[in-house]
Ligand binder design. Structure first.
Ligand SMILES: [Zn+2]
Length: 257
């Protein structure tokens, strides 16, 4: 049995955001608070009868997530799921402090890991992988005083080995950047692997129509978004990671998430 299914058949509609900022940041993943609010209303309208299926997630822990995204989510009566590289918190300018993260959790938002240092996990040694997965979880749990069972994959990179390591590090849910992708938790060699939830990574130019179609699980939209993702991945494989990143930053002045 193929353990992967697409999102139109599941109740999961997960979106991945990065920076929400009203300054003109030259990054294709950075969107303004006004546009973000439009996205939220569009999602709400499209899934009106099943609001629980919406998962609005944020990677990297930008301070603008705390400053703009959280209040707007609350205004729209929604909650966010924030994935943070544990060693960046309180250490990098423009990113959240531990106090900010604790406040987000206290306001009912979910906190997950985005590894410890934002390393691409498939290229980590077993020792480094342990530090990235279990280390980041322990750091977050220590600081927040609550259990952390979800993680999103830095750069969207993962494989079976990473998934197995996530299971051993105590994660129940793994979020990727593959739109429309969903794989329920499965038993693998007596180890229960986490559920894998794909996400639609939102860019500044993403249309409201695409957001609406994805939210409602419209098959045509989900497939179109998924094939665009696959096309981009083929270019990545063809060029190799480093050349792809150079090309990407040259074209869009951004780091692939
Ligand atoms: Zn990231």
């Amino acid at each position: 049995m193929n353990p992967t299914v697409h999102i139109e058949d599941t109740p999961v509609r997960a979106f991945a955001y990065h920076e929400i900022h009203n300054l003109t940041v030259n990054d294709v993943y950075c969107i303004t608070p006004e546009l973000f609010l439009q996205h939220l209303w569009t999602m709400r309208d499209s899934v009106s009868e099943n609001i629980q299926s919406l998962m609005i997630t944020f990677d990297d822990g930008h301070y603008s997530n705390f400053r703009f995204a959280a209040p707007l989510l609350e205004f729209a009566a929604l909650h966010g799921h924030f994935f943070l590289p544990s060693t960046w918190i309180g250490q990098r300018s423009g990113f959240m402090s531990w106090q900010d993260v604790r406040e987000l959790a206290a306001r009912g938002h979910r906190i997950g890991s985005h590894s410890a240092t934002h390393a691409f996990l498939p290229s980590c040694s077993p020792t480094a992988m342990y530090e990235e997965l279990a280390g980041s979880r322990f750091a977050l749990e220590d600081q927040l005083g609550m259990s952390v069972t979800s993680i999103s994959m830095p750069g969207g990179r993962w494989n079976e080995e990473v998934l197995r390591a996530c299971a051993m590090a105590g994660y129940e849910t793994v979020y990727t950047s593959e739109p429309g992708f969903y794989r329920p938790a499965i038993n693998m060699d007596e180890l229960r692997t986490p559920a894998v939830i794909g996400r639609f990574a939102i860019q500044r130019r993403t249309s409201l129509r695409a957001i609406s179609g994805y939210s409602s699980g419209d098959r045509m939209t989900v497939r179109r978004i998924h094939s665009m993702y696959q096309a981009r991945n083929s270019v990545k494989r063809l060029l190799g990671d480093q050349a792809y990143q150079r090309l990407w930053s040259h074209l869009f002045r951004a780091t692939p998430n």
